[in-house]
Ligand binder design. Structure first.
Ligand SMILES: *Cc1c(COP(=O)(O)O)cnc(C)c1O
Length: 383
């Protein structure tokens, strides 16, 4: 393998008419603020393809999570159960409103929230559960929704990584009371920064529309349902401008192709690295679930933190950028200050020391995947 070959961890990409849509937003529609024709087209696409009642584009997955927290009125002292093994925004969205994240451990197989630990984490202050669909693999939504129903809790799905993955015939983000999706440049379908909030309950949709439009009933006004618009409730500016929506729409038009490609990359990695897994040198997870997932990421589990550190350095010398995550939130400075744990974090602690994400991006070629897999094999054959 060519030693100077560079394989980045992620690479933003264009698949179709993204740039001409942006030009058209300026020259044809002359609408650059939010809630214009491209935003409407993106909403329609999401509602049709995810089979949900309402989608709202947001400025990020983070903003979608914040919107959901405002929408369900979570506030000071309210407890929200979530995994510690997640991106900071899952917790931050709650902390911003004074709510307290309560962390539960994850399952060893899917690395998702362990649903059997939920009941033990519930207190009289618990108001919501935030399952995070890690790597686009579904959480056990059946049991999670059952616990939520029994205790009258809201379920906000963090489906930031989960666009187009499905669980028992339903798309991730459409199963709970709210779903949050991200179009950050590291996700499958991208607009740089960007996200969406998914809702199904009519009463919540009306409320969300107000929160989305800075606390005003401007959306009603634009539809001609009222002759002026005014401040009616709390809200913020969660809607992206049309340039973002125009780019995103260009990606939506080729969504099936993008997901297909990522699944193919994922399968190729699995094929190339299964021998190492069979020899017990690395572990692969949930590989047979690939077909219902969106091929968002490919990760391996090394045997130890030391081995992972050495492998990252080995790959780096060969021009390959591999990354680990997450620093578990319960052990982060802000997590210690704003959140608490329920029970042991044994699996979270272990996985966060052993997990390594390999490069994965739309333009990755079969040769790139083989080069990365070959380098990983070389590392293990070295000793
Ligand atoms: C990416 C991500 C987010 C945040 O999405 P942004 O669009 O980057 O704000 C939240 N949760 C998880 C699990 C993510 O992977």
């Amino acid at each position: 393998m060519n030693k100077r070959q560079k394989i980045p961890f992620n690479k933003p990409f264009i698949v179709g008419k993204e740039l001409s849509h942006i030009r058209r937003a300026v020259t044809r529609y002359a609408h650059l603020a939010g809630a214009g024709p491209y935003t409407r087209a993106c909403h329609a696409w999401l509602e049709k393809h995810l089979r949900c009642r309402k989608a709202f584009l947001t400025t990020s997955g983070t903003a979608a999570l914040e919107m959901a927290v405002v929408l369900f009125g979570l506030g000071p002292g309210d407890e929200v159960i979530m995994p510690s093994f997640t991106f900071v925004s899952t917790a931050n969205a709650c902390v911003l409103r004074g709510a307290v994240p309560v962390f539960v451990d994850i399952r060893k197989d899917s690395l998702n929230m362990d649903e059997t630990l939920l009941e033990k984490a519930i207190t009289p202050r618990t108001r919501a559960i935030v399952p995070v669909h890690y790597a686009g693999y579904p959480c056990a939504m059946g049991p999670i929704m059952a616990v939520a129903r029994k205790h009258g809790l809201r379920v906000i799905e963090d489906a930031a990584q989960g666009l187009s993955s499905s669980h028992r015939g339903r798309f991730l983000g459409t199963i709970g009371h709210a779903g949050c999706i991200s179009f950050h440049e590291t996700k499958n379908i991208i607009s740089g920064e960007g996200g969406a909030l998914i809702l199904n309950e009519p009463a919540m949709i009306e409320k969300a529309e107000i929160i989305w439009e800075k606390g005003t009933d401007r959306s009603k006004f634009l539809r001609g349902e009222t002759d002026k618009y005014t401040w009616v409730d709390v809200g913020s500016s969660y809607l992206p401008g049309e340039l973002i929506a125009a780019f995103l729409y260009g990606q939506f038009q080729h969504a099936a192709k993008i997901i297909h490609k990522r699944r193919a990359i994922h399968k190729r990695y699995v094929r190339a690295l299964s021998p190492l897994a069979r020899e017990g040198r690395i572990e692969l997870r949930d590989t047979d679930a690939t077909d219902q997932s969106n091929g968002h990421m490919f990760y391996i589990l090394t045997r130890s933190l030391e081995e992972r550190t050495a492998l990252i350095a080995f790959l780096k010398r060969r021009g390959i950028h591999a990354v680990f995550h997450y620093v578990p939130l319960h052990s982060s400075p802000a997590g210690l200050k704003y959140a608490r744990v329920s029970g042991s974090m044994r699996v979270t602690d272990e996985i966060s020391r052993r997990l390594l994400r390999l490069p994965m991006y739309y333009e990755m070629t079969p040769a790139d995947v083989e080069a990365v897999a070959g380098a990983v094999r070389a590392f293990y054959e070295r000793a």
